[in-house]
Design a protein around this ligand. Structure first.
Ligand code: SAM
Length: 207
């Protein structure tokens, strides 16, 4: 089943992303009762009303972000920890990933899954990721796995020059937006329609 998933992704995203996903055991990042569904290409429930994103969406976001060896990355919305694990494989042992999650139960879930998968270069932090994680900024790359009303300003400010941020933006209609920080300011690229749960926080949606 894992091979079928990788076959479906080949040709659509770069080989480095495929190889990273090949190394991460996705079945360890879903609740035990649904492990048999781990390689199906759709989101799955992980508890607390949240989901692990579909494999193709993780692949596309990692591809758009173009993560390189040794980079420092921030992942907003740790959920199960799977997306952060794939990012960790892409930045390699010299790189590091900070993954922030607002739901305490999912912080515990993500940490346990990452530990069981043997992923060592991800630090899971509890908090409001719409504010970023300024104590470890600036970042080469920022991934946001929940939709925001607009690109959160603190995340833009926590990018290095040359850094990239990928974030779904919108509510009814959502679009994947890539922000690139340049010497002069910020450039935006649009990468098509997506469906994500809301980013809830100071610079996201309010509850
Ligand atoms: N990347 C995750 C994975 O690999 O399983 C899936 C992410 S799930 C689609 C979105 C996650 O964002 C949820 O776990 C949700 O609790 C979290 N979230 C929503 N708003 C947040 C915020 N302001 N800060 C941090 N996490 C947030």
């Amino acid at each position: 089943m894992k091979e079928d998933m990788l076959k479906m992704l080949r040709g659509n995203v770069g080989d480095r992303v495929i190889e990273a996903m090949e190394r991460v055991p996705r079945e360890l990042f879903v609740p035990e009762s649904i492990r048999s569904l781990a390689y199906e290409d759709h989101p799955l429930p992980i508890g607390e009303g949240q989901t692990i994103s579909a494999p193709h969406m993780v692949a596309i976001m990692c591809d758009v972000l173009d993560l390189g060896e040794g980079m420092s990355a921030l992942d907003v919305g740790a959920g199960s920890g799977y997306h952060a694990a794939v990012m960790a494989e892409l930045v390699g042992p010299e790189g590091c990933v900070y993954s922030i999650e607002r739901v305490p139960e999912l912080v515990v879930f993500a940490r346990r899954n990452l530990r069981e998968a043997g992923i060592k270069n991800v630090t899971v932090v509890e908090g409001d990721g719409s504010r970023g994680l300024p104590e470890h900024a600036p970042y080469d790359r920022i991934n946001v796995a929940a939709t925001a009303p607009e690109v959160p300003e603190p995340l833009k400010e926590q990018l290095k020059v040359g850094g990239k941020l990928v974030v779904p933006v919108g509510s009814c209609y959502q679009e994947l937006v890539l922000v690139i920080r340049t010497e002069e300011g910020f450039e935006l690229e649009h990468h098509g329609g997506v469906v994500f749960v809301p980013l809830i926080g100071d610079h996201g949606f309010k509850i």
